[in-house]
Design a protein around this ligand. Structure first.
Ligand code: GRF
Length: 193
């Protein structure tokens, strides 16, 4: 990555849980190579452990319990407008954004998925990869479209699956590569805009 100058993209990161990718994105946002400024963290639950990283870095966060998708999305949209968000990064966000929301936002929405898409869309990827004795797995950053885990692939990184791997080990190895892959993918998409 080379240092680029100019305005940084106001970014919102959506989470539901642990938030290790959020943590790495916050670190990236503070680096000299960063093209983003994280303005807002959105979570669908107050129990998301990752909220701690927003709090630590004094980033505003917004929690919406998603009782009614249409209403929640309208409320989230208001927040995005308030913070003039021009990039959304989904990072372990367990809700599916509606087609209406994606079309209305108009700017890039990225997601990170722990498999070599188009293989293993959806949940429990590591279990399925191991069950099928795959030789490789990895992670993919892609653009979000109304079809789950199916938008244009921005970057993908592959690792070998070892005989000795179990779900926990594979998850740990893949998370480690994700923490580099997501910033790289953001850099790629924003430096080409
Ligand atoms: C990551 O493996 C990501 O690929 C998937 O959900 C997981 C989130 O982990 N979408 P974390 O909350 O960022 O630690």
């Amino acid at each position: 990555m080379e240092k680029l100058t100019g305005k940084k993209s106001n970014t919102a990161v959506f989470i539901s849980g642990r938030g290790s990718n959020l943590k790495s994105l916050i670190k990236y946002s503070k680096s000299k190579y960063s093209l983003i400024k994280i303005k807002l963290v959105v979570s669908n639950t107050i129990n998301a452990k990752g909220l701690i990283y927003a709090k630590k870095s004094k980033i505003k966060y917004y929690i919406n319990n998603y009782k009614n998708i249409a209403v929640s999305e309208k409320q989230i949209f208001k927040q995005l407008s308030k913070f003039k968000i021009d990039l959304i990064c989904l990072a372990g966000f367990m809700k599916i954004l509606s087609e209406k929301f994606i079309k209305k936002f108009k700017k890039p929405i990225l997601n990170i998925h722990p498999s070599l898409l188009p293989k293993y869309k959806g949940l429990n990827t590591h279990e399925r990869v191991l069950k099928n004795n795959e030789k490789y797995s990895g992670s993919t950053v892609h653009l979000v479209t109304p079809k789950l885990d199916s938008g244009k692939i921005i970057l993908q990184k592959k690792i070998k699956v070892l005989k000795s791997d179990n779900v926990k080990i594979l998850e740990k190895k893949i998370l480690k590569i994700e923490h580099k892959l997501y910033p790289e993918a953001i850099y790629k998409i924003l430096s080409n805009l």
